[in-house]
Design a protein around this ligand. Sequence first.
Ligand code: NAD
Ligand code: DAU
Length: 333
Amino acid sequence: MKSIIVTGGAGFIGSNFVHWVLDNKPDTQVTVLDALTYAGNRENLLGCDEARMRFVHGDICDVDLVDGLFAEADACVHFAAESHNDNSIADPSPFLRTNVQGTFTLLEAARKHGTRFHHISTDEVYGDLALDDPKRFTEESPYRPSSPYSSTKAASDHLVRAWYRTYGVPVTLSNCSNNYGPRQHIEKFIPRQITNILSGLRPKLYGDGRNVRDWIHVDDHSSAVWTILENGALGETYLIGADGERSNIDVLRSILEVMGRGADDFDWVKDRPGHDRRYAIDSSKLRRDLGWSPEHTNFDEGLRQTIQWYIDNESWWRSEKEATEAKYAASAQ
Ligand code: NAD
Ligand code: DAU
């Protein structure tokens, strides 16, 4: 992989992936294609070796731009998306455009140029599990998305598989669980609570707080994606997870403890409509077939480092805080 396009490379996971590639794969050149929506930030790519990273400010729905970039690249790793469930409930339309139309635009370019294509997706396409269900999601789990966000991601997964089967586009797919780490937008659960505490606001917990998410450090997501890009079988899907199931209230209490607050120093707020109860990933296929395993398995340590990152980088998030909380206040969350 000498030359790769990374869509959404100025967002949370995409930018961490770009840093990971530049640090670990010295022969690879990266072109980032990112529209810099509210979730994208050019600062996320500071420190990248400019001789090996080119930034293109543009939209994945722009057919001519995408065609020109695909003509020059070996592969595309497609992270760009509207990614936040709560936003999709308030206004689904950008999710349809970017997640469905945008993926279609990229697939057509991959078809024309024979470009290797890796699609980044989510465990949310499988819906949710009961808290006491012994099962976890596998590659065979049925699609059962609950939210406007996850239904558009499910649609994009189906497009990718159809372009493989019908046109032979060389694709792989991965569906990952909840990521945490530096540079995650402060609308998301963990950074929202950390930056609330740092702003003198109380953390906010939806519903009864017992919903479970399966946390993975963003660097483990990056190493898994690279493993699939290099060694994955074409047409195949791999689930990515690090056995990190935790309830929201447990995660919040860990944040409160690390930040020196009381265990009940938070507000219960209105639940998210259609709120998925539990996600859990069985990543045996990726571990068995491709030999991948996660490195950052100490969640408490990863959480402490993430909290420290938000303390050290207040200028990165401060200007977004008021508007982000105003959006939540409008829906009593
Ligand atoms: P993010 O919201 O932080 O970043 C998305 C990036 O995409 C931003 O830089 C934004 O500017 C860019 N973008 C949006 N619309 C675009 C368009 N039309 N053209 C070009 N660029 C555009 O998202 P994230 O949390 O980093 O998620 C990245 C990907 O990983 C998404 O596909 C998401 O579905 C998937 N995913 C996320 C998680 C998670 O826990 N965050 C877990 C599994 C999968
Ligand atoms: O599972 C993968 C998915 O994880 C990705 O596909 C999505 O892009 C990503 O946003 C994430 O989705 P979630 O909806 O799980 O993440 P979020 O950070 O929005 O919320 C995590 C949990 O915390 C969820 O159960 C809702 C709850 N929550 C969230 C916020 C913002 C709260 O209790 N309080 C909050 O303030």
